[in-house]
Design a protein around this ligand. Structure first.
Ligand code: SF4
Length: 231
């Protein structure tokens, strides 16, 4: 088993945050009517994508009836519909939809993870939960360090959570820390960090983040990572 696969297995078994463990399991028991015939994952959701990824996408936390149901990052919810469609459109995903962990979708040189691995109530992890989960992201970053050359961080929460993790994994982060912004690009030694509005329904329904804006950031980040794109 690769070191990253071993990390993913250990993440899935994590029970370090009592409130989140209770919530993810409660949601998995009660379900949403539309998914009544699903066996929910109901555990921490590990990162998704190859161990030699050049581009890392960092979200916020799994959705209660999305990744907490399917067991794969951004899979089975509206945010994921937008993200995977855009990844497919620029040539970084093998198919435009992500519906279940066994749907055959693969990512090309891209890995998707989050600073909090368990679904939080109202999509809001506490600062303490974010800090408790950080060592998982730090370990993932250390394992990806030989290949990763760019990262796209979705939203301000992810940005605030990710920067200390990058620092702990060995990258020099400027002080004061660069603020989050859409299409912000921060050049670190050996890695370019991009900000992007989160693919949340609130942002995509209101047009704050359009598919074109998302594709533009993904294309620029892929270029920085040395990944070919299409479209
Ligand atoms: S949020 Fe992170 S640290 Fe907390 S239980 Fe889930 S995987 Fe463990």
């Amino acid at each position: 088993m690769s070191a990253l696969a071993d990390l993913d297995r250990r993440v899935a078994d994590c029970r370090a945050c009592p409130r989140l463990v209770e919530w993810r399991e409660e949601v998995a028991r009660t379900k949403r009517a539309a998914f009544a015939d699903w066996t929910y994952w109901g555990r921490a959701v590990p990162g998704f994508g190859p161990a030699d990824a050049k581009l890392l996408i960092i979200g916020l936390a799994p959705a209660a009836h999305g990744a907490n149901r399917t067991g794969r990052m951004f899979t089975g919810d509206r945010s994921g519909d937008v993200l995977y469609r855009a990844l497919y459109d620029v040539g970084l995903a093998s198919r435009p939809t992500a519906v279940s962990a066994d749907d055959g979708l693969t990512l090309r040189g891209v890995r998707i993870t989050s600073p909090v691995h368990c679904a939080p109530p109202e999509n809001k992890p506490t600062p303490a939960e974010r800090d408790t989960c950080r060592p998982w992201l730090v370990e993932e970053l250390r394992l990806l360090r030989p290949t990763v050359r760019a990262a796209v961080v979705l939203g301000a929460f992810g940005w605030q959570a990710a920067l200390p993790a990058f620092a702990a994994a060995g990258w020099d982060i400027p002080r004061p820390r660069p603020p989050f912004g859409h299409a912000t690009r921060v050049r670190l030694a050996g890695l370019d960090l991009f900000g992007c509005f989160h693919v949340s329904q609130r942002n995509t329904f209101t047009g704050k983040l359009t598919p074109e804006m998302l594709r533009d950031v993904l294309r620029e980040a892929a270029g920085a990572a040395g990944l070919p794109t299409e479209g």
